[in-house]
Design a binder for this molecule. Structure first.
Ligand code: MGD
Ligand code: MGD
Ligand code: SF4
Ligand code: MO
Length: 666
């Protein structure tokens, strides 16, 4: 048995360092790398499950083609010849944008940028923009600061108070939880604001059960109190911001009593939060759940505004921590993806891909290539996604398992897993270390890396010379921008993990990358894009404040949060006990409907329905139904059967959690 260092490729805040045991050419065990400066030897079950995912019996090991409704094994030669001919034919008849590349962030390797190179050299394609994951929040922070940048994890040692605002830390960001436990012992005050009493709430000094989608309104309330108590940071506001008057007008337009009622947060708590924010440094760690609403961009902007007004921007121990896109921005994407080679382009917002496929008339979508994603389960409004994907002549899916998406494909191409190919891994969410992942075992069966697949297609389509590079050469290409900092593949290999040159306390010089160079309460970028750049009073689209009739018909808010033991849809078929739908409900619903644990219920709205078994939430705000995302069709179906594909207020996010439902006992 031999032990190697490697890295977790999963789409996660933490980007852990691994130690992997290999025996007779097989991965046998995965553990944490104790030398990793942030993840320090601890990893979660999802990371460990990569062993099972690599060795699973039901892994796809050969290229498959659907013939008369059944998948049949074909050779790589046949698969690549037929798929490349189809790509060329579609491009010739309809133009290259008749091909959609549908993907998500399933793999944090640098070389997942290679499909963009492929499609650019191909002449273009219909690309996805925005993100169902974090699109509205990233856009919001681009408007406010000029970028979405977080403080480094260790900066939490400089905080006096920490606000965990809608981040399910124990489940989704375990190393932040470790830091929280540590700083709590040193006297740091911890507050959790979340509709659901989660694992982090258990260790917090205060837990605030907020009405879903009303966080921006709460932020206005706290700003109101700060101003009334004269606790705002006058120097920062005066010298480093624009649009403060507009913010004051906004806070004047709503009373604290209205805010108390809408948010379910009493005045006393709001005043207390104002005191916490002014008695900093106070770090705000936002999660992604609360921006998956019709008002999600505005929500994040209002929390940014609160952090700014209270003097917590650019100071150690403070920060409006959402994503950390400065990590991914360290790499030379253009060298890897060759954007200048694109001749035609079209973009669909990710959340709307199904609707756009169905309505694209001038250039219809004739072919879809899916990689690193499972849209049939993960993209909102499953019925629409299914209709859209089924309406397209040729669907090709690069996959490791027979997912809901793979099942409806015409071709399924077997993809290698993390340990079967070399890459470097990072996450633009939390810390700034890039980790090395060597090739440790041969790919099973005839599985091939995605890079190999795109390269073979490129060769057959006449632009093979753009792919005549080894994996190492590709990685070095992406590291071009880091060369003068001495960060090379050689160094990353040698060290296993290397910090990228990002700002550890972003905006510490109060010099922002917005058009004005200041923090923008009123966004000129938003205005340039045709939006009202001012902060607003906005409510979730599916709520009593926006659609009274709908709220009477479907009175409960459905949250569809990330599962504990699976990264999205990836482990449901591999872990015993995950093959059922669990419907968590708040106590008030249980009482009102006479529901007991394990009762079978139907949850429904106009878009669809899902059935499952009841569990009762210990503590939460009222009227909450919660179903974890990611469930497979064969095990009861994805909760996205119920969610809406409408985009968020700033155009680039999803409204996955902005969803009203009814519930009945079966
Ligand atoms: N175990 C596990 N970990 C993961 C993942 C996974 O699938 N499984 N996925 C990874 C990925 S891709 C992502 S994007 C991150 C997401 O990480 P998080 O943001 O932590 O997780 P989510 O499940 O998106 O968001 C859920 C939190 O937001 C709360 N919430 C929902 N609506 C509101 C609201 O209106 N206001 C407030 N204040 N809170 C609200 C939920 O109750 C929940 O606690 O997790 C990563 N980590
Ligand atoms: N209702 C609801 N829906 C959600 C969310 C929610 O909170 N609620 N969360 C959203 C969020 S935050 C996200 S990030 C998305 C995630 O959406 P996806 O990324 O589509 O979700 P995964 O289940 O991780 O699916 C990824 C697929 O890629 C495959 N895969 C893994 N590695 C590779 C690789 O190297 N190559 C190829 N070709 N395939 C690979 C896996 O086998 C898996 O089937 O889901 C979103 N959907
Ligand atoms: S899924 Fe996240 S926490 Fe778990 S091992 Fe991977 S990077 Fe670490
Ligand atoms: Mo995500």
């Amino acid at each position: 048995m031999t032990t190697f260092k490697s890295a977790c490729p999963l789409n996660c805040w933490d980007s852990c360092g691994f130690v992997v045991e290999v025996e007779n050419g097989k991965i046998v065990k995965i553990d944490g790398d104790k030398e990793h400066p942030i993840t320090k030897g601890k990893i979660c079950g999802r990371g460990r499950m990569l062993e099972a995912r690599t060795n699973a019996e039901d892994r796809i090991l050969y290229p498959l083609k659907k013939i008369d409704g059944e998948f049949q094994r074909i050779t790589w030669e046949q698969a690549l010849t037929e798929i490349s001919s189809k790509l060329a034919e579609v491009r010739q008849i309809y133009g290259s944008t008749a091909i959609l590349h549908s993907h998500d962030y399933a793999n944090g390797g640098l070389l997942t940028k290679i499909p963009n190179r492929f499609f650019n050299c191909f002449g273009g394609a219909t690309e996805l923009i925005g993100s169902i994951c974090w699109g509205s929040g990233i856009e919001a922070q681009n408007w406010d600061f000029g970028n979405a940048a977080s403080h480094s994890p260790e900066d939490i040692y400089n905080s006096k108070n920490v606000i965990i605002w809608g981040r399910n830390v124990t489940r989704t960001n375990m190393h932040l939880f470790a830091y929280l436990q540590e700083v709590k012992k040193k006297g740091v005050n911890i507050t959790v604001i979340d509709p659901i009493y989660n694992g982090t709430a258990k260790i917090a000094h205060s837990y605030i059960p907020i009405t879903p989608g009303m966080d921006g309104i709460l932020a206005i309330g706290i700003i109101k109190e700060l101003l009334q108590l004269d606790l705002q940071d006058k120097n920062f506001i005066q010298n480093y911001t624009v649009g403060f008057e507009d913010l004051v007008d906004l806070t004047d337009s709503i009373s604290i009593e209205q805010i108390e009622k809408m948010t379910n947060v009493p005045r006393e708590t709001i005043t207390n939060l104002a005191q916490i924010y002014s008695d900093g440094p106070t770090a705000t760690y936002m999660g992604l759940g609360m921006q998956r609403y019709g008002n999600g961009g505005n929500t994040i902007r209002l929390i940014d505004a609160l952090v700014a007004v209270s003097g917590n921007v650019g100071v150690p121990g403070g920060g409006a921590n959402f994503g950390n896109t400065q990590v991914g921005q360290s790499f030379d994407s253009a060298a890897l993806t060759l954007p200048e080679r694109k001749k035609e382009s079209r973009a669909f917002v990710m959340s709307e891909q199904a609707e756009k496929i169905l309505t694209a008339s001038e250039t219809p979508i004739k072919m879809i290539m899916v990689s690193c994603g499972n849209p049939l389960t993960q993209v909102p409004n499953t019925a629409l996604v299914q209709e859209a994907f089924q309406s397209v002549d040729t669907v090709v899916v690069l996959e490791q398992f027979m997912t809901d998406t793979a099942r409806l494909a015409d071709y399924v191409l077997p993809s290698a897993t993390v340990f079967e190919e070399e890459d470097i891994y990072y996450s633009s969410m939390y810390h700034h270390y890039v980790n090395y992942g060597p090739k440790l075992v041969e790919a099973r069966g005839e599985a091939k890396s995605d890079v190999w697949i795109w390269t073979e297609l490129a060769k057959r389509l006449g632009f093979g010379e753009d792919f005549e590079y080894t994996r190492e050469e590709f990685i070095e290409m992406g590291l071009g921008s880091l060369q003068d900092r001495g960060i090379t593949l050689e160094l990353i290999k040698e060290k296993g993990h290397v910090p990228l040159p990002v700002k550890l306390v972003p905006w510490h010089d109060f010099s922002f990358t917005t058009p004005s160079g200041k923090f923008e309460f009123t966004s000129s970028l938003g205005e340039m894009k045709g939006y009202d750049g001012r902060l607003q009073l906005l409510y979730p689209r599916e709520s009593i404040y926006s659609d009274k009739e709908l709220a009477e018909k479907y009175p409960y808010s459905l949250l569809t949060i990330h599962p504990l033991r699976s990264n999205h849809s990836q482990n449901y078929h591999l872990i015993e006990g995950l093959q059922t739908v669990k419907v968590e409900i708040s106590k008030d619903i249980a009482e009102e409907k006479g529901l007991e644990p394990d009762d079978r219920v139907r949850v429904y709205n106009d878009r669809g329905e899902i059935t499952g078994k009841v569990q009762i939430l210990k503590e939460s705000s009222p009227n909450i139904v919660c179903i974890d995302e990611g469930q497979w069709h064969i095990f009861g179906g994805s909760v996205n059967n119920l969610t809406s594909h409408q985009i968020s207020d700033n155009g680039l996010g999803s409204t996955l959690y902005d969803c009203l439902v009814g519930i009945e006992k079966l």
